[in-house]
Design a protein around this ligand. Structure first.
Ligand code: ADP
Ligand code: MG
Length: 276
């Protein structure tokens, strides 16, 4: 056998530009239908483990809620998925086989992972419509192309997004004139305009009125029909109403997972989180 004969691994890596398929041995069955697969993910800040061998699997098409006390690592988990933070160890796979730990933020956004940060970051001086127009025409993750003409299909897409985020009537108003909750919806709309497969929302109802929070439940259920969603939230009533699987993070790892009823009666969850 000649020393230059390629191994199966090297063929797979070459076929993919040597870039994406870093792992040839994805555990059989475990990730077959997953949109996101985290295994043994650790992140340290000056020796403090913000994530500590975190395991988390999100199915394709699933809406998952993530709860946990302050400092549990929820935002850090999102940072790892979107390429803002590199894990010290562990596997982070998108769509079964794309290794996110070797891609930068722009490449990850381009794969179809959209993220809403805690504070809304809409363009206040532009109208609601212009914000969506900008988001739609930009490359996912960056806002480059301004004021190009919309195609009919793009205009339809903005109309659909406006309906979904309950802002059709406000399309010509400046974003700065919206309530805090409506700005959160607009930002969700800006993500939707880019047609992501997976959306990460960090505390989407923080600062919302009760009525806005209730409407957000309906809005997210609509979005969940054709997107995978991860929703980090503190508001337990809201999480209960989302009516999805819940993962409880504590000290950088998942300590419980299941329906809200199961979670709420879990002694460990009560001790570290709900009992306070
Ligand atoms: P959560 O979103 O669940 O409240 P975070 O992921 O924001 O928690 O933070 C987890 C822990 O990591 C916290 O103790 C926080 O102080 C720490 N941490 C997060 N980001 C950094 C950073 N960039 N540098 C140092 N420590 C950080
Ligand atoms: Mg956080």
């Amino acid at each position: 056998m000649s020393v230059t004969e390629p191994t199966v691994d090297r063929v797979a890596a070459a076929a993919d530009g040597g870039n994406v398929l870093r792992y040839s041995a994805v555990p059989a069955g475990a990730v077959e239908d997953s949109i996101l697969y985290l295994e043994g993910v650790s992140v340290s800040f000056d020796g403090f483990k913000a994530l500590n061998s975190l395991n988390l699997i999100i199915d394709r098409g699933e809406m998952r809620s993530i709860i946990g006390p302050n400092g549990a690592g929820k935002t850090t988990m999102m940072d790892v998925v979107t390429g803002n933070t590199r894990p010290d160890e562990g596997r982070v796979l998108f769509g079964n086989n794309i290794d996110l730990t070797i891609l930068d933020e722009a490449a990850i956004a381009n794969l179809g992972i959209g993220r809403k940060f805690q504070k809304p970051t809409v363009f206040e001086s532009l109208s609601v419509f212009e914000n969506l127009d900008l988001a739609l025409k930009a490359d996912r993750g960056t806002f480059k192309t301004l004021f190009a003409r919309l195609t009919g299909e793009q205009a339809d897409r903005i109309d659909r997004v406006l309906e979904t985020i309950r802002l059709a009537e406000r399309r010509h108003d400046s974003a700065g004139a919206l309530s805090h909750g409506q700005k959160q919806w607009l930002e969700i709309g800006m993500l939707l305009a880019q047609e992501p497969d997976l959306m990460l929302l960090d505390e989407p109802v923080a600062g919302m009125t009760d009525a806005e929070t209730e409407q957000t439940v309906a809005l997210l259920h609509e979005i969940a029909r054709d997107h995978s969603l991860i929703v980090v939230e503190h508001d337990m009533e809201f999480v209960r109403n989302l009516d999805c699987q819940v993962s409880v993070l504590h000290e950088g790892r998942v300590i419980a997972e299941g329906a809200m009823d199961v979670i709420q009666s879990d002694p460990r969850v009560i001790e570290v989180y709900l009992g306070r």
